[in-house]
Design a binder for this molecule. Structure first.
Ligand code: F6R
Length: 612
């Protein structure tokens, strides 16, 4: 939450700062601001609302500056107003700070600083840091990095901070604790940002920063120290995707582009995972055969959409690998004394790799002795870095706030883990693994087939735009799909939407059905336990009470009671969610478009949730 960018180089700073903020706007869009490194006094502009408000304000003549910091905000402390927008300044207007995260002890800090004569002009936790740094910089004879090192020892909470001072405007100092910050190394220019996307147009060389590391950039130099001022050897890496991946590529919205990228994302995530001798290749797991056989339990930790991927993993891993699986909302996990030890494998699923709830749950599990595997889409983010092992999904950058391609690849990744565990534990033979893997490999072209129906699906959706509430029904793996469909609709269309297990209807939710209520039902694949027939009965039950029923069903299966049928290609039951989710993504997308909502940046949300 909150996007941060810093630039120091030879060109005018305004372009890299604003382009960087545009790329980071997915992280928060309540307000935006910049401070330009102009001598004697900084030039600062900030505005409530989206980046475009700030850009409009910056039209006209700007002072010449070759350095600066920029911020796009997801409000925590203090409402989304001009005065609470970052950067925040010291009383001389010479030092500016931007911040992502929360300073937990800011009330006490503020009281102390006010007592010492500082006057505050915002309601934020961040402003305390600007005043604190101002004091400490004087104490350290104008050394901003030294001031930052001492300031950090006085702060509690999670933060990335960048600071600039008018007396040495080409020097930008940053620090991170439990919040992301990466450095971009250019030629005669250097960058800092929450995410490499901010500077991908300028350089593909990046440095990851560890906890409590303080970094200083000037046009020529990047220096990193720990809090004692001891130099840290930089860990440089190459960014493997290019700027076009972070552009809309002819689509009206990133979300639609990302929906259409799903066949490739799924194929890329499967690439190289089956050896010619039909062994699942998963060297990343870094567990010996003995360790895998000794595992007693798997615990999946995730939030939101990633949690739904975790729910699906339970069906697959328990069926294939015959090992008990628990799925936990990461935000709840550590508050109930979970029973985990060294015989537990914890899988943390996160697109961003920065979700604070998931990170905290992971740390709790690690402290209890569990082995941690991250399933993540973002290279070198915090969750993989703090895990024992990582399996990267290959969805590419996901910019739209609502997760689409990341979800499908998360499901694929956890299914690959399931097959691997089944094979290593000797529960599944190579032929069976090969057969299932081949079915998974056929999914990209089946998703393509679903995508061919996008236009009729959009038309169908528009017919329901006046509804106030939509219910989603699923059974077995269709249940997490129903939850995912409802979550997408809530976050994008701002409609009441709920997902239910079909069997639960009669235990209460059926009372929600009124004449005309849209119900989207996912018909289970095959006749296992007669679930398809049970769902058809559920459809009749809601229809009898006036619901307008849309059914998602495999090709060729007879469906009764539906007003509309959305056909998806047939695939084995466990893989059906990969196909059935796609029409639900399109439904939510189109509903948001029809209602005039901001599809890529829905209200109140942010892509990377770095607060608990
Ligand atoms: C919904 C959505 C969120 C995320 C959740 C976890 O469309 O995107 O529910 O799935 O915030 O985020 P990650 O996967 O980054 O940990």
């Amino acid at each position: 939450m909150c996007g941060i960018v810093g630039y120091s180089g030879g060109q005018s700073a305004i372009a890299p700062l604003l382009e960087g903020l545009r790329r980071l706007e997915y992280r928060g869009y309540d307000s935006a601001g910049i401070a330009l490194g102009t001598a004697s006094k900084l030039f600062v502009e900030k505005r409530a609302g989206k980046l475009s408000n700030l850009e409009a304000e910056l039209k006209g003549s700007l002072p010449s500056a070759h350095s600066g910091i920029g911020h796009t905000r997801w409000a925590t402390h203090g409402g989304p107003t001009d005065k609470n927008a970052h950067p925040h300044l010291d009383n001389e207007g010479k030092l500016a700070v931007i911040h992502n995260g929360i300073i937990e002890n800011y009330t006490q800090l503020r009281a102390e600083l006010e007592h010492r004569g500082h006057s505050f002009s915002s309601d934020t936790d961040t402003e305390s840091v600007a005043h604190l740094l101002s004091e400490l910089r004087k104490k350290h004879g104008g050394d901003l990095a030294a001031a930052m090192r001492e300031a950090v020892t006085l702060l509690r909470g999670s933060f990335t901070l960048l600071a600039i001072h008018a007396d040495a405007p080409q020097t930008i100092v940053g620090v991170r604790r439990n919040s992301p910050l990466v450095v971009g190394i250019g030629k005669g220019e250097n960058f800092m940002a929450s995410d490499v996307a901010a500077f991908i147009d300028y350089t593909k060389r990046a440095i990851e920063l560890g906890q409590d590391e303080v970094v200083t950039i000037t046009p020529e130099k990047v220096s990193i120290t720990d809090l004692n001022g001891i130099a840290v050897v930089p860990k440089e890496y190459e960014i493997t995707w290019d700027a076009s991946a972070a552009e809309k590529g002819g689509f009206n919205h990133f979300m639609l582009k990302e929906i259409f990228e799903q066949p490739k994302a799924v194929a890329d995530t499967l690439l190289g995972r089956l050896s010619p001798s039909n062994q699942i290749v998963l060297d990343e797991l870094r567990l010996s055969t003995e360790e895998i056989k000794a595992l007693k339990k798997i615990v999946l930790l995730a939030c939101g959409t990633a949690y739904h991927a975790g729910m699906l993993a339970k069906y697959a891993i328990e069926k294939w690998a015959k090992i008990s699986v628990e799925v936990e909302l990461a935000s709840e996990f550590r508050y109930r004394d979970p029973l985990i030890d060294s015989s537990t494998l914890v899988i943390a699923i996160s697109q961003s790799g920065e979700t604070m709830d998931t990170l905290m749950a992971l740390r709790h599990a690690k402290a209890a002795g569990a082995r941690i595997l991250a399933v993540c889409n973002t290279n070198s983010s915090t969750i993989p870095r703090e895990s024992d092992a990582v399996l990267y999904t290959h969805a590419g950058p996901e910019i739209a706030v609502a997760s689409t391609k990341a979800f499908l690849t998360q499901v694929i990744a956890v299914y690959v883990i399931g097959l691997y565990l089944a094979q290593v534990r000797g529960i599944m033979g190579n032929d069976q693994v090969k057969e299932l893997f081949n079915e998974m490999s056929a999914l990209p072209s089946k998703i393509e087939q679903v995508l061919e129906t996008v236009e009729p699906l959009r038309k169908l959706t528009r017919g329901f735009a006046q509804s106030t509430s939509v219910l989603f029904l699923g059974r077995h793996v269709g249940f997490p799909v129903a939850l995912e469909g409802a979550l997408k609709l809530k976050e994008l269309a701002y409609m009441h939407a709920e997902g239910f297990a079909g069997g639960e209807l009669k235990h209460g939710p059926i009372a929600l059905i009124e004449p005309g209520t849209p119900v989207i039902a996912i018909l289970p694949t095959g006749h296992d336990h007669g679930l398809d027939e049970k769902m058809l009965s559920n459809i009749q039950e809601v229809k009898a009470r006036g619901a307008r029923v849309i059914v998602i069903a495999d090709e060729g299966v007879e469906v009764t009671g539906a007003e509309h049928i959305i056909r998806i290609p047939t695939t084995p039951a466990l893989f059906q969610p990969i196909l059935a989710t796609v029409p639900l993504q399109v439904f939510a997308y189109e509903m948001a478009v029809t209602r005039g909502n901001d599809v890529d940046q829905p209200r109140n949300l942010a892509k990377s949730v770095t607060v608990e």
